[in-house]
Design a protein around this ligand. Structure first.
Ligand SMILES: [Mg+2]
Length: 251
């Protein structure tokens, strides 16, 4: 590992980002997102009455109202759940997908669409080759390993359960998504730290995005910037401890 701020506290908890950290960005953008886009119409038609789908749509209604208030000019959408039809949901979620919005309602629907794909074996998820042995080693050393990603908790669990290297969920104690707050908001990390059974300063957050590391640092966590093939260059990258894979971490 290259130089970074000195580690004052031995690491006891590890919080991991997914996209660009445990998993190639390409898997998300070339496989997962297109899969959701291709299957959302059929999914909405087949699962429309489901209570869980209706609750995602209720959330989308709120988010749509907020988009309008903020002047983002979203496509037309009804204002009540009763008036809402699959077609209008489709148009709005495709608009959200086009902008890669971290919308909680969209992410929740996407998770359910991927669940179908994993169930039928059409989808298999990817993690970098150093990830399974690192998770096993950290778990063996009693590290508290958790995930923080903008993908829904369901999508995160599916991703780690269905990897090409097998089921990795046995190593992971907890999952957090945007219902815990935005990934660039220090408050989200404070909330997440409270779930760990160690002080915030003993938690190491690993991500490919410096704006997220910055928020985690503000909360009192330790951080490492993960440089993986295909990741976007980051501002102020040299301020952070850099790792190219999890095997480089000396904990
Ligand atoms: Mg990431």
């Amino acid at each position: 590992m290259t130089a970074g701020p000195p580690r004052e506290m031995p690491v006891r908890g590890i919080l991991l980002d997914i996209e660009g950290t445990t998993t190639p960005i390409d898997f998300v953008y070339q496989i997962l997102f297109p899969y959701a886009r291709t299957h959302c119409r059929d999914f909405l038609a087949a699962h429309w009455p489901s209570e869980e789908v209706q609750s995602d749509i209720a959330r989308l209604l709120e988010e749509h109202a907020e988009d309008k208030r903020r002047g983002l000019e979203p496509p037309d959408f009804p204002t009540t759940l009763k008036e809402t039809q699959p077609e209008s949901v489709l148009v709005y979620i495709l608009w959200l997908m086009d902008q890669d919005r971290k919308s909680t309602g969209l992410k929740s629907l996407q998770g359910k669409i991927w669940q179908n794909g994993y169930r039928t074996g059409t989808l298999r998820s990817q993690v970098f080759p150093d990830v399974p042995p690192a998770l096993a080693a950290w778990h063996f050393r009693m590290m508290d390993i958790r995930i923080f990603s903008s993908g829904s908790v369901l999508a995160q669990k599916l991703l780690f359960a269905q990897t090409e290297a097998g089921d990795l969920t046995k190593f992971i104690r907890g999952y957090f998504d945007t219902t815990s707050g935005a990934k660039t908001d220090p408050q989200s990390y404070r909330r997440i730290a409270a779930a760990f059974e160690c002080p915030v300063s003993a938690i190491l957050f690993i991500s490919d995005i410096t704006a997220e590391l910055n928020a985690a640092l503000t909360s009192g966590m330790q951080t490492a910037l993960c440089l993986r093939p295909g990741n976007r260059p980051q501002p102020e990258a040299s301020k952070y401890s850099l790792i190219r894979n999890f095997a480089e971490l000396s904990l």
